[in-house]
Design a protein around this ligand. Structure first.
Ligand code: PMP
Length: 298
């Protein structure tokens, strides 16, 4: 017998289950990878672990701007590694996500939604801290290309035709999408975002008329992030907040999967695409848990 004891929670990241959504999509083949089962509670644990492996030696202080989950992952890792950690989040972030970051001992800075990236940059320059910068660094999508993508491909035994994914920074869709396409060039990669977000116009000829504003945390951006790789993405569909939340509640009540609003958003996108997906095997990821939004969505 070999010991299965992990040296820290960082070693418990990954190997999340993939589950068939056979109750909400009985006539289709749709599966979801439950990334909320990571120890920090979201898909961002993997990205943060990868980024910290590449940080300059001697780093004692880290800073990140986040819609909440990256902040929690970084706060968790900082606790394990003994790093000082500052996280800037939009002041629209759910209270559970804010408290979760603070509970790990990190300093949290609530900022106007238009200022949380700039606030992180100010903290970095004032403190000589290391900025992870998920919206710019190639390490974001590389984490999913090296880790999440191969894990998903192996769990699916290669049986996937379409990968549908919510887009926030764009790291998840770009990294997993690229890996899947390298295994099978026929795999289609489709992004999902709220209305008026910036990504659809990068890969289609449909413009982003209107001002982006959404209550769904984690997906959609007013300005596209550099972590999004348009070369990997074949199409992007947009989903209204009401539909995202409706599917989020159905996920909980029909599948027993209590996932966050961005998971509802991607399921609403799949429901919208369903007529075009006939006979195809669809896979997606659920980035975080509905537990973080109990006061907001349920
Ligand atoms: N859903 C949630 C809840 C998130 O926190 C994020 C990250 N912003 C995403 C989806 C999108 O992931 P990515 O940043 O890799 O596009």
């Amino acid at each position: 017998m070999q010991s299965q004891v992990k040296a820290s929670v960082m070693e418990a990241i990954g190997e999340t289950p993939v589950v068939r959504l056979g109750r909400i999509f009985p006539a289709a083949s749709v599966v979801a990878k439950l990334e909320y089962m990571n120890p920090g509670g979201s898909i961002k644990d993997r990205m943060v672990r990868h980024m910290l492996r590449g940080m300059p030696s001697g780093t004692a202080h880290v800073v990140e701007s986040s819609s909440g989950n990256t902040g929690a992952a970084l706060a968790m890792a900082s606790a394990v590694m003994g790093l000082r950690c500052d996280v800037t989040v939009p002041d629209t972030t759910s209270s559970e996500k804010v408290k979760r970051i603070a509970a790990y001992g990190a300093a949290i800075h609530l900022c106007p939604p238009d200022d949380y990236h700039a606030a992180a940059e100010r903290l970095v320059s004032e403190n000589e801290a290391h900025y992870l910068d998920q919206y710019c660094t190639p390490l974001n999508r590389e984490a999913h290309y090296r880790d999440t993508g191969p894990e998903l491909w192996r769990q699916l035994a290669g049986e996937v035709d379409v990968f549908v994914c919510g887009v926030g920074s764009g790291g998840t869709i770009s990294g997993i999408g690229r890996y899947l396409k390298e295994q099978n060039a026929g795999v289609r990669v489709i992004g999902v975002e709220p209305p008026h977000s910036a990504y659809r116009k990068l890969v289609t000829d449909r413009p982003a008329e209107g001002v982006f504003k959404s209550a769904i945390e984690g997906v959609g951006k007013r300005q596209a992030s550099r972590s999004f790789d348009p070369a990997v993405v074949d199409d992007v569909v947009q989903v209204r907040d009401e539909d995202a939340l409706d599917w989020c509640r159905r996920l909980a009540q029909k599948e027993g999967i209590l996932a966050g609003g961005s998971s509802g958003c991607v399921v609403a996108g799949i429901a919208q695409l369903l007529p075009k997906l006939h006979g195809l095997r669809v896979a997606t990821v659920f980035p975080d848990s509905g537990v973080y939004y109990l006061s907001k969505y349920f």
